[in-house]
Every structure is written in C-alpha cells, then in structure tokens.
Write a protein that binds this ligand. Sequence first.
Ligand code: NAD
Ligand code: SER
Length: 324
Amino acid sequence: MTTILVTGALGQIGSELVPALRQHYGADKVIATDLKVLPPSGAVAIAPYDHLDCTDPHQLHEAVRRYDVGAIYHLAALLSAAAEAAPQLAWSVNMSGLYNVLEVARGYDCQVFFPSSIGAFGPDTPRDLTPQVAIQRPTTIYGVTKVAGELLCDYYALRFGIDTRGLRLPGLVSYVAAPGGGTTDYAVEMFYHAIRYGRYTCFLSADTRLDMMYMPDAISGMINLMAADATRLRYRNAYNITAMSVTPAEIAAAIREHIPGFEIDYDVDPVRQAIADSWPRSLDDSAAHADWDWAPRFDLAAMTQDMLARLTEKLKPAPRRQRL
Ligand code: NAD
Ligand code: SER
C-alpha cells in the first residue's frame, strides 16, 4: 500500500476520514494536509500533517513526490453557501485545486477521489428519485464547479487512464467537526441547538426536502468505492448515494422522540432556500448498490439516536477542579 494524501483534511469530512483511513491502512500511510497552517487539537492533527494549498501546483507536486503518494482524497473546496458568497474564490479553489490534483495524479499515477454533491444537479433535473444519469444544469457556482469537476475527472480517466472515482454526496450530519458553509448545515446545527438550548431557528423552510447522510456511512462509502473492483464501475464520476430524504420538520420530530420539549421555528434565508430549492429532493442510488455494494447503515431514527448520544457526551461541561 502506497501513501494516501488527503487535501482539506481539517474540514467536516476530513476530520473523520483521516482517522478512518489511518485505522484501515496504518497511521503512517495517511498524510493529512490543509490550507490551515496550525492544526487544532484532535485526532486528525496527529502527524503526519502538512500545510498544503491545493491552488499551488508546486506544493502539491512536492508533497506527492516527498511522501511517495499513490492515492489522493481531494476534499479541499468551498461549499455551496460559502461559494455563493465568494464565487471567484470558489472557482479558484474548487476548479484550479482539482486541476492541479489531476495533473499531479497524471505525473505520479495516483488514484483520485473527488467528492461531488447533490449540488451538481439543478432546477431542470427531475427532483424525485433523481436518476444516476440526468440533466445537470446547476444554477450555483458550487454546482458549476461540481459538474465541471465530474467531467474533468471523467476526461482524465478516459484520456490519461487515471483511476478517478467520485460520489455525489448529500448533506452530511456529524458531530466531530462543524460543517464549513453549506446549505445543509442546518441539520447539524439543529442537533447542537437541541442539546444546548432546547430550541432552534432554521434557515430553510419546514418542508424543504433534501437527501442527508450520517458521516459514518459517507466515510465507508468513500473508502469502499476507492477499494472497489474497477471492472464493475460503470460510472467514474460520480455515483449518486443517499441514506435518507428528509425535511427540517421531520428531523425536528425525530429529535423530539428523545427531547420532547424541543421547539423549532423558521426564519428563511432566501439565498440558501433558493439553493436548496434548486437541488433534488431524493436521489436514486441504485447504480451504487449494483456496482460496488453501497449499503448505508443509518436511517433518520438511527442517526438521531447516535448523534444525540455522542453530542451530549461531547458538549458535557468539563468537571470543575476541586479546590484544595
Ligand atoms: P469543509 O468546508 O468542512 O472543509 C474544507 C477544508 O478545505 C477546510 O478545512 C479548508 O481549510 C480547506 N481548504 C480550503 N481551501 C483550501 C485550499 N486552497 N487548499 C487546501 N485546503 C483548503 O468541507 P467538507 O464538508 O469537509 O467537504 C469536503 C468536500 O466534500 C468538498 O469538496 C465538498 O464540496 C464535498 N461535499 C461535502 C458535503 C457535506 O455535507 N459536508 C456534501 C457534499 C459534498
Ligand atoms: N452539504 C453541501 C452543501 O450544503 C452539499 O454539497 O453545500
């Protein structure tokens, strides 16, 4: 097994992907990298860690050469709401970053994982049970970079034989690291606020239906896809995957099963609502099931139970030191 490099490793996904990869392949086989110079405390911060700006091709080449990298999980990107607030920066990070990763992969024959998104679809796409192959005309800069990224990965696979693989991830719910500026962040926030304050004001409307997934399923999906038999993969970039299709009101009801007094109200943010309204309500992930045995473990009830238990533990106040 050659070394694995993870870009954007200190974000919501990387904070859990890096420890999972290290457990799977060995701690010294996984190099965590990010734009942030000083890693905060936490499992992902354990060496090997390197500062790496994916928009700088020289830094990427140097890291891949120095660590003898054979696979790159390219997570560095701006998410949908952050990208809409800074479209030019989003283009630079999401597109130049991916181009640099693919070029270095071409030079050193690396396997590449690219996380696409439900945001790669747009308002013209069928919104219910969105097929694996469907029209993709997104109206956000985030979606534009994800469709272009899917196509670029396909091109490098076809033209240069690079082993690129990708997933269209839904909104991810997790408790280790905070989400980094997405439209689906409300789902994570709701759990934190339920435990801390017993109430939450949601920035999407009550009936906004989107695909969601608990982070452990997303992590195993990425690792399993990268290990899958290449001859079975009909689609390189990227496979639809989902675990549940839910609204804010339904997540609130699931939380109320554990915290009966939990209250939710709505103060809709027009920018993020417009983004959500342009995305699918549910994805058809049958191709992922058929081609590489995709099988999520967590539905809404199971995710809610685990998320509340783990967050309650995480947010528990530290015990006071006794005075001598
Ligand atoms: P995040 O925002 O939490 O983390 C992104 C990380 O990238 C951050 O730590 C940031 O410091 C780093 N970064 C930013 N610019 C960089 C640069 N120039 N060079 C190197 N690092 C840089 O994002 P995430 O939620 O972990 O998402 C990772 C990937 O998965 C992204 O491509 C995202 O589009 C995709 N995705 C995420 C979700 C989700 O719900 N989290 C859903 C679908 C797809
Ligand atoms: N969770 C992501 C976002 O909201 C979807 O790609 O941006």
